[in-house]
Design a binder for this molecule. Structure first.
Ligand code: NOJ
Length: 585
């Protein structure tokens, strides 16, 4: 366990053996900005963002101080799951532009010193993909069918699905096909929407295709891949029935671990019972695929990153994804979903450093992305909001906006002080809240449709972001069109309303990112600082001490230069829901 030192003036001595990272690759310490292309910037004005729009706005990201951008999918797709349903992995969807536009964007990013990560979606294709169309046209048992997961149905006439698995988006995980003569045929598996058939990753042909797809983008010069549903690609042999626990997280995992009861001074204990993984998540066979992909990236000079979207518990298991010959990083969803409580945060941070550090990988940190309620709203919710359910007009426990923003600023100021690599989702640097008032008729997430409106889904975190407060669509484009309507009150969050304004959320992020680089926080070692009580999180990395007050009572600060504070500091005390960075050489 990482040693504790006493309040901020103490000099940490003992180095933790595996707190940040071992190696010099850029991604070990990088701050990676997620661009959701539909909603970032729209050059052609059709209401959906595009690659030319991204290129235009890249200088703002260089100015923000991030190291890399990750682009959610822009490949050819019928867009039934906002591009996570790919019909051609080696082309750009006309909605987003052309391969030339991609090359221009990539070159511009590189000129600005930004790395570019693209989003690979290997668990499933679109049902429009030629492979799936060929599979449907081919006879049962054919090589074409074996690229996907087709099975006979149960029941006298095969009228029942092959097992009881439920889709992440609601409804069953199987859809029955219709034969050429109009009679019902086999069923195919889809973890997500019916338009997203799962590939059969036991089939060497599928593996070979994807190695070539990786090379296609590596040849163009990309710096790595975020890998969608990395935990779902191999299914348990025999596809046994499975009933998830009531509180299971919808993208996977077991619904998280209760870290609230942790007392910081106690030794870390093993989490009690973690239920077994569902037969479609976290299976052993995925590791062989990552080793093959690792080899493909190694064919190219320089450091390239493979980042897993792996919704599995516990963190020790996630860490197996990032052993030295597998992926480079995995998202830390345990951190993302930790309650706003200091002991819980302390525990998950330490567990993350131990788990990832134990295999020589950097810890990663993330608070928001395109699948979860934005943290400027999530951190002030007063009712449960299961991942993927979203928040809408009729949801209970709506957050107080000011409290949410205050906590979000404090939370981001903790995250950007941690060693390892951090992910920032577009708009969080503006303090954007979730859009909780989207009208039903505007919704596009398949979750909304497949659950018959029971779950709002993820549209509320995907609304196009505001750039200029007095332009059409807040500068998202010139026409005012927007695939999801933007709330009128978002003018106050616009980039131009915050740039250069002391104390704005944008300037807070810029400062944090500048200081993070200057003080080498990404590659530093974390030492806990004690003496502030159970409701305060205090740690030291390099010559910076980060103190966050999550309690109700203000806390006296030691005498030291304040490098950054998430709220104004007066009278030498740290108010509630506030984080400071102190210079403690
Ligand atoms: C995870 C992606 O982040 C999410 O947006 C998508 O719907 C599913 N994978 C299916 O690809």
């Amino acid at each position: 366990m990482t040693p504790e030192s006493s309040p901020a003036s103490a000099v940490s001595t003992a180095a933790s053996p595996h707190t940040s990272s071992s190696g010099s690759e850029w991604w070990r310490t990088a701050v990676i900005y997620q661009i959701y292309p539909r909603s970032f910037a729209d050059a052609d004005g059709n209401g959906i963002g595009d690659l030319r729009g991204i290129t235009t706005r890249l200088p703002a990201l260089a100015d923000l101080g991030v190291d890399a951008v990750w682009l959610s999918p822009f490949f050819r797709s019928p867009q039934r799951d906002a591009g996570y349903d790919v019909s051609d992995y080696c082309d750009v969807d006309p909605l987003f532009g052309t391969l030339d536009d991609f090359d221009t964007m990539l070159a511009t990013a590189h000129d600005l010193g930004l790395k570019v990560i693209v989003d690979m979606v290997p668990n499933h294709t679109s049902s429009d993909h030629v492979w799936f169309q060929q599979a449907l046209a081919a006879p049962e048992g054919s090589p074409e069918r074996d690229r996907y997961i087709f099975r006979d149905g149960k029941g006298k006439h095969g009228e029942l699905p092959p097992n009881n698995w439920e889709s992440v988006f609601g409804g069953g995980m199987w859809t029955r096909t219709t034969k050429a003569d109009g009679t019902p045929g086999q069923w195919y598996l889809h973890i997500f929407d019916t338009s997203q058939p799962d590939l059969n990753w036991e089939n060497p042909w599928v593996r070979e295709q994807f190695r070539d797809i990786l090379r296609f983008w590596l040849d163009r010069g990309v710096d790595g891949f975020r890998v969608d549903v990395a935990h779902g690609m191999i299914k348990q042999a025999g596809l046994p029935d499975y009933t998830p626990p009531e509180d299971g997280a919808s993208m996977g995992g077991t619904g998280g671990v209760d870290r609230d009861e942790f007392t910081p001074l106690e030794p870390l204990i093993q989490d009690p019972v973690t239920p077994p993984d569902p037969p479609y998540w976290g299976q052993e066979g995925v590791h062989e695929i990552w080793r093959e992909w690792h080899e493909v990236l190694a064919e190219y000079p320089g450091d390239r990153v493979l980042c897993a979207e792996a919704w599995v518990d516990p963190l020790e298991k996630v860490a197996l994804w990032v052993r030295p010959d597998e992926m480079s990083q995995a998202f830390n969803f345990a951190y993302m979903f930790t309650d706003w409580k200091a002991p819980a945060l302390k525990r998950v941070i330490q567990e993350s450093l131990d788990a990832f550090g134990g295999v020589g990988a950097p810890a990663t940190w993330v608070l928001s992305n395109h699948d979860v309620v934005r943290h400027a709203s999530r951190l002030a919710l007063t009712a449960d909001s299961p991942q993927g359910a979203g928040i809408g007009p009729k949801s209970p426990g709506k957050p107080d906006a000011a409290l949410g923003l205050r906590r979000a600023r404090a939370a981001s100021s903790i995250m950007l002080g941690l060693p390892g690599s951090a992910y920032v989702y577009q708009g969080e640097e503006l303090g954007l809240p979730e859009d909780m008032e989207l009208p039903d008729e505007a919704r596009q997430d398949p979750t909304w449709f497949r659950t018959g409106g029971e779950k709002y889904g993820r549209d509320g975190c995907r609304v196009p972001i505001p750039w200029e407060s007095d332009r059409p669509a807040f500068g998202f484009n010139d026409t005012g069109a927007s695939w999801l309507p933007q709330p009128a009150h978002w003018a106050q969050y616009a980039y131009d309303a915050q740039a250069g304004v002391p104390g704005s959320t944008l300037e807070l992020y810029k400062l944090a990112l500048r200081l993070r680089h200057e003080h080498g926080l990404g590659s530093g070692e974390l030492n806990w600082v004690k003496g502030y009580g159970k409701k305060v999180l205090a740690f030291r990395v390099s010559d910076v001490t980060v103190i966050a007050n999550l309690g109700e009572v203000a806390v006296e600060l030691p005498v030291a230069d304040i490098l950054l504070s998430s709220e104004p500091i007066t009278g030498g005390v740290l108010p509630t829901d506030t984080t400071v960075w102190l210079h403690t050489p």
